[in-house]
Design a protein around this ligand. Structure first.
Ligand SMILES: O=C(O)CCC(=O)C(=O)O
Ligand SMILES: [Fe+2]
Length: 530
């Protein structure tokens, strides 16, 4: 199935471009749709709208009399955004701010809104009215979105090895925000991880909560990290949570699984070693394999294309098997902006193909991003880009129809903070079950040629994505690399540059070393903001 999208209004901003080149068959692994419950934090459009709405709520709440406790709580949290905005600190691209805005709107806004009618007669009546109008147009977050935002923090913690104390203090990647987390947040995040079976992380967070609760209990006044409403959770309660999580951990212990410590938990307290996430080292840009010194090169070349003679390409070879090439300055700022504009309104939650190879289904934890597809007819820029990519790669980018199709349409993709794409292959045949695919020969695949016949397994359709050409439409403030854990290579997103590799070997076999991931975005937006 090919998804073609008619573009309507050209507005805001966005993202990156993924061109997946197929031999013959127009398969897609990705379709667009609306944002799933729990995933509001990953939608650029929604998050932008929430921050705008939040600002309006903040302005009204500042004028309300103090006796509305929810309003005071709202304000206390909101003022941190206000401070950061005035300091020029990134707000919508900061996962702690994103978690906090969702929290304010889920926990405090409902009580505020139900009390607001009282104030319509006062001086601030017109502000209240305006706010209520806006509220009816905004997709407001739910408890499950708050849980999703908490789990996004855990994902970042796993991959980038961020200490709990760093989140609590609002400090990420050398970037400090005014927003601080409290005991109630600590408990919420710990519980979210526990419910998601991330036992080791939940235990780590519960220990921190225990420390906060103990500190609060020894002071008569509230400390900076606690809040009156949370002092009802005692250290005894938290100890019970820890014991429960430890028991679950030990009962379900799996060696080498990032949800568990390296060993069973033996006694209460003590030092425990967290498992390394399989993508952690590449995503952090650490050296994971011995450098292939001497064999890699940088070129300025026209790559044999007369079209590139006057403006040769700068390219860097990052790896030899597979050959991974990083091309620089492939798109101009204006082109990136245009692509972000024309895709923005069509972004929908990305999905991945299901096991049976045909019915697309959402696997939310695997791929958290928003995508849209661009056709050649959507804008005159698209055919121009297809031609340019063809000159660069030497491959046919003819979008065509059916078996004439050489390449899929352009796919634009946006990841917000915490957004990621787990390790996968871009192939259609089968990602993951290596042995099974090895046993199927190319002959079996060709039985299905020249057209799809009944009896051919949907897993072995004629043609496959032979190569991937991916252009970054923005820089990313922190995180968001494209990581190749088997090849030990990672690429830092650089606006206007492109990564290219062949998914198949010359003989048509799968190149398993092309396994790659979109590392979680720690700060900012992959791909772009304007
Ligand atoms: O986001 C990235 O860096 C990788 C994206 C990717 O692998 C894909 O969409 O297939
Ligand atoms: Fe991919």
């Amino acid at each position: 199935m090919t998804v073609s999208i008619a573009l309507h209004q050209l507005r805001y901003r966005v993202v990156s471009l993924l061109v997946l080149l197929c031999v013959t068959w127009p398969n897609i692994t990705l379709v667009w749709g609306t944002t799933e419950p729990g995933h509001l934090y990953s939608s650029l459009t929604h998050i932008k709208a929430l921050f705008t709405f939040d600002q309006q709520v903040g302005e009204v709440v500042m004028l309300l009399p103090e006796h509305l406790p929810a309003a005071s709580r709202y304000l206390e949290s909101y003022l941190c955004v206000d401070v950061d905005r005035s300091r020029g600190v990134e707000v919508s691209g900061n996962p702690i701010h994103v978690y906090s805005v969702i929290k304010r709107l889920v926990l405090y806004w409902p009580s505020i809104t139900s009390a607001l009618h009282v104030y319509t007669t006062l001086e601030l009546g017109h502000l209240v009215e305006r706010l209520q109008k806006v509220a009816s147009t905004v997709v407001l977050p739910t408890e499950s979105d708050l849980r999703g935002a908490a789990l996004a923090l855990i994902r970042l913690q796993k991959v980038y090895r961020i200490p709990v104390g760093s989140f609590m203090a609002g400090h990420l990647a050398n970037n400090t925000t005014s927003v601080k987390l409290h005991l109630e947040d600590c408990l919420r995040i710990a519980k979210a991880s526990y419910e998601d079976q991330g036992y080791s992380y939940s235990i780590t967070w519960f220990h921190y909560c225990h420390y906060l609760a103990a500190a609060a209990a020894t002071t008569t006044t509230t400390t900076t990290n606690t809040h009156p409403s949370t002092t009802t959770t005692t250290t005894t309660d938290i100890t019970t949570y820890i014991r429960r999580a430890e028991k679950e951990h030990n009962d379900r212990f799996q060696d080498d699984n990032e949800n568990f410590f390296q060993e069973r938990v033996r006694s209460y307290g003590g030092w425990r070693v967290l498992q390394e996430s399989s993508i952690g080292p590449v995503c952090r840009g650490e050296q994971v394999t011995a450098p292939v010194s001497g064999s890699l090169s940088c070129y300025v070349s026209h790559r044999g294309s007369p079209h590139l003679l006057l403006r040769p390409l700068q390219y860097e070879q990052l790896h030899t098997d597979p050959e991974i090439i990083h091309f620089h300055n492939v798109l101009s700022q204006a082109e990136m902006q245009l692509l972000r504009n024309i895709s923005h309104d069509e972004l929908g939650q990305a999905m991945v193909i299901s096991e049976d190879g045909f019915s697309n289904k959402v696997q939310i934890q695997v791929r958290v991003s928003h995508t849209s597809w661009l056709n050649s007819t959507d804008h005159p820029l698209i055919p121009r880009l297809n031609a340019r990519f063809s000159h660069i790669t030497g491959l046919d980018m003819q979008p065509g129809e059916g078996l004439r199709k050489a390449a899929e349409g352009l796919q634009v993709q946006n990841y917000c903070v915490g957004g990621h794409y787990r390790s996968h292959l871009d192939l259609i045949y089968k990602s993951g079950r290596e042995e099974e695919v090895r046993q199927k020969t190319i002959m079996q695949v060709s039985k299905c040629l020249p057209v799809f016949k009944p009896g051919c397994s949907p897993l072995y359709l004629p043609g496959d994505r032979i190569a991937t050409f991916m252009v970054y439409l923005s820089d990313v403030s922190a995180g968001g690399r494209t990581g190749f854990p088997k090849a030990g290579v990672s690429v830092v997103p650089e606006a206007g540059s492109a990564v290219f590799w062949y998914n198949l070997k010359r003989n048509g076999e799968v190149n398993w070393n092309t396994q790659h991931c979109g590392c979680p975005v720690l700060l900012g937006n992959k791909w772009g903001e304007f």
